[in-house]
Design a protein around this ligand. Structure first.
Ligand SMILES: NC(=O)c1ccc[n+]([C@@H]2O[C@H](COP(=O)([O-])OP(=O)(O)OC[C@H]3O[C@@H](n4cnc5c(N)ncnc54)[C@H](OP(=O)(O)O)[C@@H]3O)[C@@H](O)[C@H]2O)c1
Length: 266
C-alpha cells in the first residue's frame, strides 16, 4: 500500500509510527507534507518515510491519502488536490467535517472515509470509529481497519453515529483523566504521596479496562466479583451511587454528542 500524509502534526505522527511498526506499509511507500516542512522532515528522519514540499506531490504518489490537518483547513486542502484525487482513497480524521462536505470539496466520485480517532492513539491504545462515503468500497474499509487497527481498536459505524462516538470515545479520555485526578486527590487526602496516588489510580483504570477487554464479561459482573458482602468495595460503591456518578457519566456523553452535532452544523 502507498500512503500519503497531508499534515504531519500529533495525530499523523502517531498514526504513521503505529502503521509502520505494525508493518502495514513500508517507509519507502509513505509520503508526507506539512505547511511547516520541518515537521515532515522530522517524521522522515525518525521513520524513513519520504518528506516532500507539496501536498500535490503526496497525492500523486499515494493510493491512500490521510488528511490530518485541522478541521478548518481540511476542505481547502482537498479543493487544492482535486486534480490528483481520481482513483484515490481519502481518509479524513477532521472532527465534525461531514462526508458530504468532504465529498463536495474532493469532487465527483472520490472515495472518502471519515474517521473519529481519539488521543490514546498517540500511545497505540486508540479507539476509532469510521464511516464510509458514497463511493468507498468494502476494500477501502479494510484499508482503514488496517491503518487504525495499528494504533488500537477500530470499528465501522454509520456516519449518523459519529457524534455519539465523539461523545463517548472522542471526548472519553478527558473523562478518564478527570477520574484519575479525583482518585489521586483522594489518595493524597488519605496520606499517600501525589506521585504514588496518580500511578495507583491510572494503573487501576488501565487494569480494569484491560479486564473488561480480555474477559469479555459484562462490567457489572466484574464489579460484583470484587464487592464482597459487608466489605470495603460495596461501601465505596454506595458513595459513588449516592453522588450520581453513573448519571453524570451518561449525561457527559450525551452532552458531548449533542455539542458535536451542533458543531457539525456550524
Ligand atoms: N489530536 C487529537 O486528539 C485528535 C482526535 C481526533 C481527531 N483529531 C483530528 O485530527 C486532525 C489533526 O489534529 P492534530 O492534533 O494532529 O493537529 P496538529 O498537530 O495541529 O497537526 C496538523 C498539521 O497540519 C498542518 N497543516 C495545516 N494545513 C495544512 C495544509 N493545507 N497542508 C499541509 N499541512 C497543513 C498544520 O500546520 P500549521 O500548524 O502551520 O497550520 C499542522 O502541522 C484534526 O482535524 C483533528 O480534528 C485529532
Amino acid at each position: 500500500m502507498t500512503l500519503g500524509l497531508i499534515g504531519c502534526g500529533k495525530m499523523a505522527s502517531a498514526l504513521v509510527r503505529g502503521v509502520l511498526k505494525a508493518g502495514v506499509c513500508q517507509p519507502k511507500a509513505v509520503w508526507a507534507s506539512d505547511c511547516f516542512f520541518e515537521l515532515a522532515q522530522k517524521l522522515a528522519s525518525d521513520t524513513g518515510l519520504q518528506a516532500v514540499r507539496s501536498n500535490l506531490e503526496v497525492a500523486e504518489a499515494s493510493q491512500t491519502l490521510l488528511l490530518c490537518v485541522k478541521p478548518q483547513d481540511s476542505l481547502s486542502a482537498l479543493v487544492e488536490l482535486r486534480a490528483a484525487l481520481e482513483g484515490k482513497l481519502v481518509v479524513s480524521i477532521a472532527a465534525g467535517v461531514s462526508l458530504a462536505a468532504l465529498e463536495g470539496a474532493a469532487g465527483p466520485g472520490v472515495r472518502i472515509i471519515r474517521v473519529m480517532p481519539n488521543t490514546p492513539a498517540l500511545v497505540h491504545k486508540g479507539a476509532s470509529a469510521y464511516a464510509l462515503g458514497t463511493h468507498a468500497t468494502p476494500a477501502d474499509a479494510e484499508v482503514v481497519l488496517a491503518l487504525f487497527g495499528a494504533v488500537g481498536f477500530a470499528a465501522q459505524v454509520k456516519e449518523g453515529l459519529l457524534d455519539a462516538v465523539t461523545g463517548l470515545s472522542g471526548s472519553g479520555p478527558a473523562y478518564a483523566f478527570l477520574m484519575i485526578e479525583a482518585l489521586a486527590d483522594a489518595g493524597v487526602l488519605m496520606g499517600l504521596s501525589r506521585d504514588l496516588s496518580v500511578k495507583l489510580a491510572a494503573q487501576t483504570l488501565a487494569g480494569a479496562a484491560e479486564m473488561v477487554l480480555q474477559t469479555g464479561e459484562h462490567p457489572g459482573k466484574l464489579r460484583d466479583a470484587v464487592a464482597s458482602p459487608g466489605g470495603t468495595t460495596i461501601a465505596g460503591i454506595e458513595a459513588l451511587e449516592a453522588s450520581g456518578v453513573r448519571a453524570g457519566l451518561i449525561s457527559a456523553v450525551r452532552k458531548a454528542a449533542e455539542r458535536s452535532r451542533e458543531m457539525g452544523k456550524e
